[in-house]
Design a protein around this ligand. Structure first.
Ligand SMILES: *Cc1c(COP(=O)(O)O)cnc(C)c1O
Length: 412
């Protein structure tokens, strides 16, 4: 048996922002026997998950499910609607936006990378501490009088920083410029944790994945489509075969796929959709906001800056914490993992060593988050970081006051 760690008892605290902790209910569903993917039971399962996932994307249009990680769904989105050499306007919010831009280059597209310039007083790039500035997109599109830009690509919840972006504002910017570019959005880590409205926000392709808000293991990913995106895919010239939407959408009408889908992960998806829709999406989003506020109250009590510099766009999914100058965030993470069996997210790309990420998504509750805060607080103290106050006390205060308020409401 593979020895995963040296902690024989208790549960590992998987507090990275994806893969998120998977509820037992979902793990049990995934453990059921694999069935014939051409048989009658499978068609019912397929129809169920395809209908349910549309509710989560808040769309009436098709959602394509791939047996791939989120990166595959990025490629699928571009391959379906782009032609070689197409200009795409992308926005630098952090590491994931940067990786998507690199992929566009590798696929032979001509991405232009917008963003805020310069570094701020933490020494970190400003663009990695703020969300998408829709006015920069509008100004750039207005200059594009020949309408050469074929798509605007943005990340909804930038998992490397803990900053969200206002997708409706990006749609308004595109419309205000009177520009026909498609709007493509990576909500790989936002979907099912942060409010997301594919149709209402006028998104043409939304990309998502299984291992973040949907609380599944990694291995399936999604493209939510718009009629305009489907139309574009009929004439787009990048080679596409495995990723091509047309055959999949066609076969999905009866609940099947053109190839072998990821049967057991689809059992998990059916269970995840039941859990999310039973709770209600507004309740799910409010729960993540409440968790995020509790974790931020702890960070504030420690006297440390969050990676997100704009209070209006803090992520409900994760919180990035900047360590004091001279404190290696990865050494801190290693210490916390060794001593307390708690995994935190690393600083990615330009943030390496300067920050760590605390995930508040997946199979969590108020007490698991207080425990995470306690693990971080102990680790910070062991690393010699001078703290302004107790984050644990602040988080407990936050969660207790909410619980009290809820009890009062229910009693009324
Ligand atoms: C996790 C993530 C990805 C990458 O997804 P993989 O499943 O690792 O391929 C891309 N974008 C964002 C915003 C993510 O959170």
């Amino acid at each position: 048996m593979l020895q995963l760690d040296s902690h024989p008892t208790g549960r590992h605290f998987l507090q990275i922002p994806g893969p998120s902790p998977v509820p037992d209910r979902i793990l049990r569903a995934i453990s059921l026997p694999t069935i014939d993917h051409r048989g009658p039971e499978f068609g019912a399962l397929g129809l169920k998950v395809l209908a349910g996932i549309r509710q989560v994307f808040q769309t009436r249009h098709p959602v394509v499910i791939y047996p791939a990680s989120g990166t595959g769904a990025w490629e699928a989105a571009l391959a379906n609607v782009m032609s070689p050499g197409d200009a795409v306007l992308m926005y630098e919010t952090g590491h994931f936006a940067t990786l998507w831009q690199k992929m566009a280059l590798r696929l032979g597209l001509a991405p232009e990378f917008l963003g805020l310039s310069g570094i701020d007083d933490t020494g970190l790039p400003r663009s990695w501490r703020h969300g998408v500035q829709a006015e920069l997109i509008e100004a750039r599109l207005r200059q594009d009088t020949g309408k050469k830009i074929r798509a605007v690509c943005v990340v909804h919840n930038e998992t490397s920083t803990g900053v969200t972006s206002d997708i409706a504002a990006v749609r308004r910017a595109i419309d205000a410029a009177g520009h026909p570019a498609l709007l493509m959005v990576d909500s790989i880590s936002g979907l099912a944790s942060a409010d997301y409205r594919h149709d209402e926000w006028g998104v043409d392709v939304t990309i998502s994945g299984s291992q973040k808000g949907l609380m599944l293991p990694p291995g399936i990913s999604f493209n939510a489509l718009s009629p305009k995106a489907m139309e574009r895919s009929r004439t787009a010239k990048l080679p596409k075969a495995f990723w091509a939407w047309d055959e999949i959408v066609e076969m999905n009408q009866s609940g099947y796929w053109p190839y072998t889908p990821n049967t057991n992960l689809l059992y998990g998806l059916a269970e995840s959709l039941d859990m999310l829709l039973e709770e209600g999406l507004p309740q799910v989003f409010a729960r993540h906001q409440r968790w995020a506020a509790g974790v931020r109250s702890a960070v504030q009590a420690w006297g440390l800056p969050t990676q997100c510099a704009d209070p209006a766009v803090h992520s409900p999914v994760l919180t990035g914490v900047i360590t004091p100058e001279g404190v290696d965030a990865d050494a801190l993470r290693r210490l916390i993992h060794e001593r307390f069996d708690l995994s935190l997210g690393t600083g990615l790309g330009k943030l390496k060593g300067r920050m760590f990420r605390m995930g508040h998504l997946g199979d969590s509750n108020d007490l698991t988050l207080v425990a995470m805060v306690a693990g971080v607080e102990m680790g910070l103290k062991l690393s010699g970081v001078k703290l302004a106050g107790s984050g644990v006390a602040a988080a407990m205060e936050h969660f207790a006051s909410h619980a009290a308020a809820k009890a009062l409401r229910q009693a009324a």
